[in-house]
Design a protein around this ligand. Structure first.
Ligand code: SF4
Ligand code: SF4
Length: 259
């Protein structure tokens, strides 16, 4: 009989804040990799997948969603305190998400229009990324995130190394797959030059411009891109609209048109 104690697997927790669940579904969508992952970690808290939960502390927490209520602002502090490492996943968690459009308007106006009984709604005036509230060990961008990047980030965190995630732009992915530049060839406005790589340049491969769902790349030159968009005939309103989507509150997308 082997007397060695069983190997303790690191505890993984997955938390949800204001979000659509799409990034958590990316983890479930890992299919083959998920079985291998489940062999390496103890999935201790993941209500999207199982009602069985294991108490913390947790070795790695993945956090989806933004902070939009006072309760969530308290809860994320508790999550941080219970987590050795904390990684945010997706545009909601890393930049406030599409719900951060409220940051540019009066949230009370939205509430009175959308809800039959506005008095039932308790919400903050802004949607903010997790990093505005607690320390974050790594931010994985995308709406939703890319599953290969997610597996790489989880593997790296568990191995105690830096994730190998490119910080270049979507343009580099177009070049790698041989996609002709939609801006140069067709004059189509495209956020590829300022958007974080990771999707594989899906939109330009279908002859449409990137609308920035992976958020800003490491060193985006937004001023130069918006000048070129004006050259191509985009109005200030059109520039505002294309930047104000899933990563509207991420600097420097937030003030892209200067308007
Ligand atoms: S980043 Fe996009 S896919 Fe992920 S939870 Fe937010 S809205 Fe959903
Ligand atoms: S919008 Fe841009 S970053 Fe998002 S999938 Fe399309 S090309 Fe990729």
């Amino acid at each position: 009989m082997n007397g060695a104690p069983p190997r303790r697997r690191p505890k993984l927790a997955v938390w949800k804040f204001a979000s659509c669940d799409g990034c958590q579904l990316t983890l479930l969508d890992c299919e083959d990799e998920l079985l291998a992952l489940a062999g390496e970690v103890e999935i201790a808290y993941f209500p999207e997948a199982s009602s069985a939960t294991v108490r913390g502390p947790y070795d790695l927490s993945l956090v989806e969603g933004s902070i939009t209520t006072a309760d969530d602002a308290e809860r994320i502090v508790n999550v941080r305190n219970a987590s050795r490492r904390l990684v945010t996943i997706g545009a909601c968690a890393t930049a406030g998400g599409i719900q951060a459009l409220r940051n540019f308007a009066d949230v009370d106006d939205f509430v009175s229009i959308v809800y039959a009984t506005p008095s039932y709604i308790s919400t903050l005036a802004t949607s903010t990324p997790i990093s505005a509230h607690v320390d974050v060990d790594f931010e994985l961008r995308g709406c939703p995130i890319d599953k290969h990047q997610l597996i790489e980030v989880i593997s790296a965190q568990l191995a105690g190394r830096r994730p190998r995630i490119a910080t270049t732009s979507v343009c580099t992915e177009c070049k790698r797959r041989g996609t002709i530049c939609v801006m140069v060839a067709h004059g189509t406005p495209c956020l590829g030059p300022v958007t974080h790589a990771g999707c594989g340049a899906i939109c330009p491969s279908y002859n449409r411009g990137c609308y920035g769902c992976f958020g800003p790349m490491e060193t985006p030159n937004v001023a130069s891109l918006t000048a070129q968009m004006r050259e191509l005939g985009s109005s200030e309103t059109a520039i505002d609209r294309v930047f104000h989507t899933y990563n509207a509150a991420a600097e420097p997308f937030a003030g892209a048109s200067g308007g």
